[in-house]
Design a protein around this ligand. Structure first.
Ligand code: NAP
Ligand code: HSE
Length: 434
């Protein structure tokens, strides 16, 4: 068909994502050849356990040298996960002039700067569309299409596993552990699913998106992280009664301080999302990313956030981009630089749902409102469940939704509330997004 010599990809890993890549490449080989202008062939595929029958014909290997710095391999596709040995091998590949495609958000969120620099120094591409939000094209739209605009906010559902769990808990009353096992069986969860449920996977994706949005170097350490393990069926039911759904959100928001200095608030946290907000309707393993930019206004990107073929699709888009780049002798894009904007871990300015266990006796609410007033935290609404037993002094749930307030101020105010004799425990402190 085309007159160009075939390009060869080498795969590091052939698990959930790797097999999706191999299937798509096999199914769409002719179309990919037309789009690239040369055939794209699969070369060596590296796995840990070579004896396992994967139902796919490939040149299996356990030796990284068959792929890394092998002049017969043009593009290295890393879909094995983890920081090491992936970091070392990808640096070697970039330094040897190979293009790299990776789905590894943990690696990019921790060592992205080093990898982008190696790609730029060697004039090769480092593509990572699959690292954030599965099949959804989000990296390239942010990096290229919105590069002439100024992004002010990125907020989204960035983890398929936790959204799947929260959806099933809310809609079917399912049990946390059972749904997590289902998400693992469907290939959504990370090798260690605590990365999903403790929020670190979403945090890595938030750091990557924030770095692109704000031309800054934002790493995993800059992100304040709260996962979903403390969310109970009772909290989901209460939120629903109040008109909200609980979603695990990642956010990176440009904010101006009173001093005029700009900051970026970066975090991952369960949030109460109003039923009419577009993020509230994102169900199952789907992801969605909301972006606000000065010129474009509000944009929403939506689609499957995990799984073999959806993620494989994003990887294959990167393979085609990298292959075209190699044929055109293209130079790689520039490295992310810092504008000097300081990331601040946390949700920044938000409304808050403060759910407390308090003593059911006269005067408790007055003590609480006095602390809120002194700290300039204004209440939007208050709710207390009627007491069935009517026993004086027994604990009841008290929900206070605040007007917009800074996360640090709300945290110190809640600390003060917990020192009151009538306040027993903090059940949850959650940003509220209408
Ligand atoms: P997975 O199913 O656990 O597959 C990992 C593959 O890598 C396996 O084939 C494994 O070999 C191989 N591998 C792991 N460590 C290796 C090593 N040290 N040397 C050689 N081979 C090694 O993982 P996955 O779900 O496909 O995820 C892969 C990457 O994609 C991760 O970075 C993940 O965060 C990212 N990602 C996943 C999804 C998703 O929906 N699953 C979506 C987006 C991004 P064996 O098969 O022999 O064990
Ligand atoms: N474990 C991740 C998730 C895979 O559930 O979203 C996609 O990055």
């Amino acid at each position: 068909m085309s007159g160009h010599k075939a390009l060869t990809i080498g795969l590091l890993g052939a698990g959930t994502v790797g097999t999706g890549v191999l299937k798509l490449l096999q199914a769409h080989a002719d179309q990919i050849e037309r789009r690239v202008g040369a055939p794209v062939r699969v070369g060596p595929v590296m796995v840990r356990d070579i004896s396992r029958n994967r139902g796919i014909d490939a040149q299996w290997t356990t030796n990284p040298k068959d792929i890394i710095a092998n002049p017969a391999v043009d593009i290295v596709v890393e879909v094995m996960g983890g920081v090491e040995p992936a970091r070392t091998w990808l640096l070697e590949a970039l330094n040897a002039g190979q293009s790299v495609v990776t789905a590894n958000k943990e690696l990019l969120a921790k060592h992205g700067r080093e990898l982008y620099a190696a790609a730029a120094a060697n004039h090769v591409r480092l593509e990572y569309e699959a690292a954030v939000a599965g099949a959804i094209p989000i990296i390239r739209p942010m990096r290229d299409s919105l590069s002439g605009d100024r992004i002010t906010k990125v907020m989204g559902i960035l983890n398929g596993t936790t959204n799947f769990i929260l959806t099933k808990m809310a809609e079917d009353g399912a049990d946390f552990g059972t749904v997590l096992a289902e998400a693992q069986a469907l290939g959504y969860a990370e090798a260690d699913p605590s990365a999903d449920v403790d929020g670190f996977d979403a945090a890595a994706k938030t750091a990557i998106l924030a770095s692109i949005a704000f031309d800054a170097v934002i790493t995993l350490e800059d992100v304040e992280v709260t996962g979903i393990t403390a969310i109970t069926a009772d909290q989901i039911a209460l939120a629903s009664k109040m008109g909200y759904v609980i979603k695990l959100l990642g956010f990176a928001i440009r904010e101006q301080l009173a001093t005029g200095e700009e900051t970026i608030s970066v975090g991952v946290s369960p949030a109460w999302v109003g039923h009419t907000n577009p993020l509230a309707g994102v169900r199952g393993a789907n992801n969605a990313v909301l972006i606000e930019a000065d010129g474009a206004g509000q944009l929403m990107f939506y689609g499957p956030g995990a799984g073999s073929l959806p993620t494989g699709s994003a990887v294959m888009g990167d393979v085609v981009t990298a292959a075209r780049g190699r044929l055109a002798g293209e130079r790689a894009g520039s490295v992310a630089t810092t504008e000097g904007i300081k990331p601040v871990p946390g949700a920044g300015q938000s409304e808050w749902a403060v759910l407390l266990e308090v003593e059911d006796r006269a005067g408790v609410l007055a003590e609480i409102t006095s602390v809120l007033g002194r700290n300039q935290v204004s209440m939007k609404s208050v709710w207390q469940e009627g007491h069935a037993s009517g026993i004086e002094g027994e604990g009841v749930s008290l929900l206070i939704v605040t007007h917009e307030a800074d996360s640090q101020l709300v945290k110190t105010t809640v600390e003060e509330l917990l020192g009151l004799p009538g306040v027993q425990t903090l059940i949850s402190l959650t940003p509220v997004i209408d």
